[in-house]
Design a protein around this ligand. Structure first.
Ligand SMILES: Cc1ncc(COP(=O)(O)O)c(C=O)c1O
Length: 429
């Protein structure tokens, strides 16, 4: 595989950016080798600067549920760009996107747009603390909620990939208010709330773990979080930055039928542009400035280009109802992978919820961060490299989800299964 141009650009990038990248996992550190530099993408394919083409299961880390450069989104963006790219003043586009989101996710009456998932989480936590007058927030090991100071404690995603146990720079006085519990463990939640419940501002959770690889919630887990927060007057925050509009039109909360008080969104609602949002009941959201005293603001928040992409994305999702098709395609891929594993005779575990999926090289059932970490990351490394050589691009980390898009064809999925077989064989050698 010729990656000469990518190598050259990476050397250049390292002179001007930390580690040569603008987000750590992109640097390929946990899989070895250097990152590929991309120059174009269309549908389910990405092209690197050396002209190699890959079937893409990263989809910009989740947003691109209709693949790259969808014509409807691109056309709408061109039209909007002619009208101006940012006004820093209200637009009808913001209302349209917020209304679409609120209609599709019943637990949201009022929505505030921000620029990233991190911002959404940061603001939701501030609101939870602001309305309850309490400091403590409960999060779960292996869940990633963006690089918010108080959330970089036992976080998944990049920290897990790079093996960073504790992030320097987080004030201890702040970190001590983050209480971490094992994902899916109902007893530890009940035990903690029995003692500390009245001091806890809220719980934040990825309703389907997506940043330690995919970890579905056990039956009763999300319901327990709902119960204990209701009993103690805490705020239940679902971080649906990854799962929102990816798993269903109503997000994971409608799939599992548990309503949070606040929801954080990002990824899909931006249609590939930088967007985040958070929202909940009018009563809660009225505490946000300028209606209430909990301050949160943004120069580019509700940006017209970002709103336009989000609107088109949600239109496409509502019109085409792609979720059954995503389910079928994702199941086809995973069934093919499972057969390969059996044929080759290695031990692995698969997890999948809708179009989010993971493969772990372990004999343990994947229920939490500990079991996810039992995967053989050295094997993953070899597998990742071999898969790339076969023309399939997955996230360069064991602890990230794979994403199916609506535009992956059956032929491409067959090709991927074949590539997976060869890559697994190579990794075994
Ligand atoms: C569940 C979850 N929350 C928050 C974030 C942070 O979003 P962003 O990277 O847009 O800041 C991510 C990013 O991957 C995420 O997966």
């Amino acid at each position: 595989m010729n990656t000469v141009q990518s190598e050259k650009l990476f050397q250049k990038a390292c002179n001007i950016m930390p580690g040569g990248v603008n987000s750590p996992v992109r640097a390929f550190k946990s899989v070895g080798g250097n990152p590929l530099f991309f120059k174009k993408a269309k549908g389910s394919r990405v092209w690197d600067v050396d002209g190699n083409v890959y079937i893409d299961y990263v989809g910009s880390w989740g947003p691109l549920i209709f693949g790259h450069a969808h014509p409807q989104i691109v056309e709408a963006l061109k039209r909007q760009a002619e009208l101006g790219t940012s006004y820093g003043a209200p637009t009808e586009l913001e209302i349209e996107l917020a209304e679409k989101i609120a209609t599709l996710i019943p637990s949201l009456d009022i929505v505030r747009m921000v620029n990233s998932g991190t911002e959404a989480v940061m603001s939701a936590i501030r609101l939870a603390r602001g309305v309850t007058g309490r400091d403590k927030i409960v999060k779960f090991e292996g869940c990633y909620h963006g690089h918010v100071d108080s959330m970089l404690v036992k976080a998944g995603s990049g920290l897990a990939s790079l093996g960073i146990p504790e992030c320097p720079g987080i004030v201890e006085d702040l970190a001590k208010h983050t209480l971490t519990l094992p994902f899916n463990n109902i007893n530890t939640v009940k035990e903690l709330f029995a003692v500390e419940g009245n001091n806890i501002a809220g719980i934040i959770v990825e309703p389907v773990g997506g940043n330690m690889g995919v970890v579905p919630p056990k039956e009763g887990f999300l319901e327990t979080l709902r119960e204990v927060t209701t009993e103690t007057g805490g705020v239940l925050i679902f971080d649906e930055v990854m799962t929102g509009f990816r798993l269903s039109l109503g997000g994971a909360q409608s799939l599992y039928n548990v309503n949070p008080d606040l929801t954080c969104l990002g990824k899909v609602i931006g249609g590939g542009l930088p967007v985040g949002a958070y929202g909940g009941s009018k009563q809660l959201m009225d505490n946000i400035a300028p209606t209430g005293p909990v301050y949160q603001a943004g120069t580019l928040s509700g940006n017209p280009l970002a709103m336009t992409a989000g609107i088109e994305m949600l239109k496409l999702l509502a019109e085409k109802s792609v979720y059954d098709e995503l389910e079928r395609k994702s199941e086809k891929l995973c069934a093919g992978y499972k057969l390969n594993i059996k044929k080759i005779g290695i031990t692995a575990r698969f997890t999948r919820v809708g179009s989010m999926f993971s493969m772990f090289f372990t004999d343990q059932d994947i229920v939490d961060f500990e079991s996810a970490k039992s995967s053989d990351v050295k094997f993953f490394r070899s597998y990742f490299t071999a898969l790339l050589e076969e023309g399939v691009y997955i996230a360069p980390s064991q602890f990230e989800a794979g994403f199916m898009s609506a535009v992956h064809s059956d032929e491409e999925i067959d090709q991927t299964i074949e590539a997976n077989y060869k890559a697994l064989q190579k990794a075994c050698d």
